[in-house]
Design a protein around this ligand. Structure first.
Ligand code: FES
Length: 159
């Protein structure tokens, strides 16, 4: 990762929001929009340039689930582990994704394509078991659907 580029992105974003302390969340969102996660160098720049303790910047970045401090893959897979999905076999679905991708929950594949996360209720329990991939909801997912779902996203990459 190019540190100079990260520093520049962070500085430009801070400037865009006029160093406004009430806009720290928006600044973090913009930076994550560029890198798909929050590089620690960017958090240091925010702290220095805006004169906010680094611990406070981390506190905000870790409070919201939508922020990630770890590099994330191009495609985000979220397995719902809420009650309704749990009853419909969410644990087996997660297990199958882990085996197909060769990673554990919270990890990213080596090729940087997929990140696997377990989340609490996605708000569409009547469609359980539910998987969300890049924001798209897959309803009534069964273990055997998983290779087909992944194939679709892998195929996009070879085009
Ligand atoms: S429990 Fe899975 S969507 Fe609600």
């Amino acid at each position: 990762m190019d540190l100079k580029a990260i520093t520049k992105t962070a500085r430009d974003t801070i400037k865009k929001y006029n160093r406004d302390h009430s806009q720290i969340i928006a600044i973090l969102q913009d930076i994550q929009g560029v890198y798909n996660y929050l590089p620690k160098e960017a958090l240091s720049v925010i702290s220095e340039e805006m004169d906010v303790p680094l611990s406070r910047v981390y506190e905000i970045a870790t409070f919201y689930n939508s922020f990630s401090l770890k590099p994330r893959g191009k495609h985000m897979i979220e397995i719902c582990a809420g009650t309704a999905c749990h009853v419909q076999g969410a644990a087996n679905i997660l297990d199958r994704f882990e085996r197909e991708l060769g990673i554990k929950r919270g990890e990213t594949t080596q090729d940087g394509l997929f990140t696997l996360e377990e989340v609490r209720c996605l708000g569409c329990c009547s469609l359980a078991a539910v998987v969300r991939l890049d924001g798209n909801i897959y309803p009534f997912v069964k273990q055997d659907d998983i290779p087909r779902i992944l194939k679709k996203y892998k195929k996009q990459e070879v085009k």
